[in-house]
Design a protein around this ligand. Structure first.
Ligand code: CP
Length: 309
């Protein structure tokens, strides 16, 4: 397959396994490009991309902007905090105004689940979901799988446990879809209150005991507790959370095998993961960030190829 089956990247659940493999093969080529002394290619000189961020971001925002610039696209950045959204402008009006300036592609992070799907039905530009509430974060799941493939050779057949706040996590949902599509086994582990009731319907097992989960897996993806999405207390104290669901070096060293540690960031050091784990050779957290640029170059390049047809 030489082109994506979709015109937008709205979520992993809307794409096929063959799309994932095409994105990975394209990312392999871009990873080679970004390790050259001159890290730029002229592929998207005729494409303009708007990055619309209605929610905070460090990694995703910088990674998309870098990916776009390395493909030579024209880039405009929008942050809700400094925009007329604060004066009451609607999402559609904001985006239509930006599109009137002849923008071809919109990369959007938004607090509302489904914001990207909604937009794709109302505007002509290609939409990339950079995280929509607790729904999906497709490029994060793609870079996570790509990093597992790079570290362990393949995703198929691997055992991955996602630990922490599953309930509020778009990273968890996109990872579950992406990993299962590629033939990995997925379990989740965390406080009962932070495991969604529908998790079994996704074919995912729940393991409440962190040690057992780590003994089972090849890869542990540690998630942050998303306090900003919580309106009630989901566990008695951070101290108790860390005692039951935090990974420290002593626990890792007591396992009878070396597992891979991942984290999408931002990390709460000392809560879900200690510094000696985050900075250990078992952790591939900064590899994930590096791979994010190649993955986002691949996604943007492949979607732009469809615009140009
Ligand atoms: N992983 C991730 O989405 O990080 P940011 O919120 O900093 O973009």
């Amino acid at each position: 397959m030489s082109e994506l089956s979709v015109n937008h990247l709205l979520g992993i659940k809307y794409i096929k396994e063959s799309d994932i493999q095409l994105i990975f093969e394209t990312a392999d080529q871009f990873k080679e490009v970004i390790n050259r002394p001159i890290k730029k290619v002229p592929s998207l000189r005729d494409i303009t991309i708007a990055n619309l961020f209605f929610e905070n971001s460090t990694r995703t925002r910088l990674s998309f902007e870098l990916a776009e610039k390395r493909l030579s696209a024209d880039v405009v950045n929008f942050s809700a905090a400094q925009s007329s959204v604060k004066k009451g402008e609607t999402l559609i009006d904001t985006v239509n105004n930006i599109l009137s300036m002849k923008v071809d592609m919109v990369v959007m992070r938004h607090p509302n689940p489904g914001a990207g799907v909604f937009l794709s039905k109302h505007i002509k530009a290609s939409i990339v979901n950079a995280g929509d509430g607790a729904h999906e974060h497709p490029t994060q799941a793609l870079l996570d799988s790509y990093s597992i493939r790079e570290k362990l050779g393949d995703v198929a057949g691997k055992k991955v446990v996602i630990v922490g706040d599953i309930l509020h996590s778009r990273v968890a949902l996109s990872n579950i879809f992406a990993l299962q599509m590629q033939g990995a086994q997925v379990k989740v582990c965390g406080p009962k209150t932070l495991i969604p009731k529908y998790i079994h319907s996704l074919g995912v097992e729940v393991e409440m005991d962190l040690r057992k989960a780590l003994e089972w897996c090849d890869v542990a993806n540690m998630l942050r507790v998303q306090n900003e999405r919580m309106d009630i207390s989901y566990f008695p104290s951070t101290r108790e959370y860390t005692q039951l669901f935090g990974v420290n070096k002593k626990l890792l060293d007591s396992l009878d095998k070396e597992i891979v540690i991942m984290h999408p960031g931002p990390i709460n050091r000392g809560v879900e993961i200690t510094s000696d784990v985050a900075d250990s050779k078992q952790a591939i957290i900064l590899n994930q960030v590096e791979n994010g640029v190649a993955i986002r170059m691949a996604v943007i390049y492949l979607l732009a190829s469809k615009i140009k047809q």
